[in-house]
Design a protein around this ligand. Structure first.
Ligand SMILES: NC(=O)c1ccc[n+]([C@@H]2O[C@H](COP(=O)([O-])OP(=O)(O)OC[C@H]3O[C@@H](n4cnc5c(N)ncnc54)[C@H](O)[C@@H]3O)[C@@H](O)[C@H]2O)c1
Length: 305
């Protein structure tokens, strides 16, 4: 039976991960600093738990080491504990920056290192999943330290995957888009939640959406996946959906060739079906496709992107 250690399991995404692993038949050791909430979740799931402050320098290794020695070899480690305070870059203090990095970046790295030492000594494979964030790719006001901590976590994930792959230990990350968790330690204003809730799939994400992805990438179905950052965000990171089109959809359509504005020289005319220029060779500057296949902006008015 799989033994999974889940940090940050007292709340939100970590709790959902713990629930999904339990439903999948795993033995759980849950870790968090919030003793009361952790005990309640552990009771509900019939899981063991360790109260650990993962910001302590020895906390992460102790969490994994104690779990291994007390409850048996650890197969899966999910590093979900995290904080995302609102902290403007001009207000950053050494202590504030260090705390964000201690929990969001250092703790997953140290916990993983301890698991790798124990697993390697025992000749066992293992799988680690770090919980990153869309913030790793995109800064926002007040989110600088958090975004930086998650960007660092993503690179640490890749570096660990490279080094530990030969030991049979996979290291991946799941990067959630915003999901409401009603957190005590990570409060989010309604205005922010509303502003970030849009995504191409058109519905809010849930902790369960994230947990299913963690369960998959941690498990045997993903046995040839390592160093991957799996974005689970309804498509939010796919692009800038809020931007207008380059050229209005209702602009008059030209013929089915894409002629760059101010181009009257037929040698620069591009066939949009083949990409070939009038001379028969591939165009150096392919014409931009209009959003409706086969239509292009009026070539005499269009921008010269
Ligand atoms: N909710 C989101 O929209 C979202 C989006 C992207 C990424 N994330 C990430 O998901 C993870 C879980 O966040 P969440 O949204 O479920 O928040 P949450 O506040 O519900 O859960 C965080 C957990 O971490 C625990 N924790 C805090 N400090 C700790 C410490 N020093 N030692 C041990 N445990 C500690 C808290 O007690 C809590 O149980 C975090 O890493 C977060 O960055 C969340």
């Amino acid at each position: 039976m799989t033994h999974a250690v889940v940090t940050g399991a007292a709340s939100g995404i970590g709790r959902a991960v713990a629930e999904h692993f339990t439903q999948a038949g795993a033995q759980l050791t849950l870790v968090d600093v919030d003793a009361d909430r952790l005990a309640a979740v552990a009771d509900a799931l019939g899981a063991r738990h360790h109260v650990v402050d993962l910001c302590d320098t020895d906390g992460p290794a102790a969490a994994v080491g104690d779990s291994w020695r007390t409850h048996g070899p650890v197969d899966v480690l999910v590093n979900a504990a995290g904080i995302y305070p609102s902290l403007d870059m001009i207000d950053v203090t050494a202590a504030g920056w260090d705390r964000v990095f201690a929990l969001n970046t250092r703790a997953p790295v140290l916990a993983t290192a301890e698991l790798v030492r124990l697993a390697a000594a025992a000749g066992r494979p293992a799988s680690v999943v770090n919980i990153s964030s869309g913030a790793a790719l995109r800064a926002r006001p007040g989110g600088g330290p958090y975004a930086a901590s998650k960007a660092a976590l993503e690179m640490a994930t890749r570096a660990a995957a490279l080094e530990f792959g030969p030991l049979g230990i996979r290291v991946n990350a799941v990067s959630p888009g915003f999901v409401a968790v009603d957190s005590v330690c990570n409060p989010v204003a309604d205005a922010y939640a509303t502003a970030v809730s849009g995504n191409p799939l058109g519905r809010p994400g849930t902790p369960a959406d994230i947990a299913r992805a963690v369960l998959w990438i941690a498990g045997p179905e993903a046995s040839w996946v390592t160093g991957e950052i799996l974005r689970v965000d309804g498509g939010s990171s796919a692009g800038a959906a809020h931007l207008p089109r380059l050229w209005p959809p209702d602009a008059p359509a030209a013929d089915r060739t894409g002629t760059r504005a101010a181009d009257t020289d037929t040698s620069t005319t591009t066939d949009i079906a083949t990409g070939a220029g009038a001379s028969g060779s591939a165009a150096a500057f392919p014409a931009p496709l209009h959003h409706t296949p086969g239509t292009l902006p009026n070539s005499t008015k269009g921008p010269t992107t």
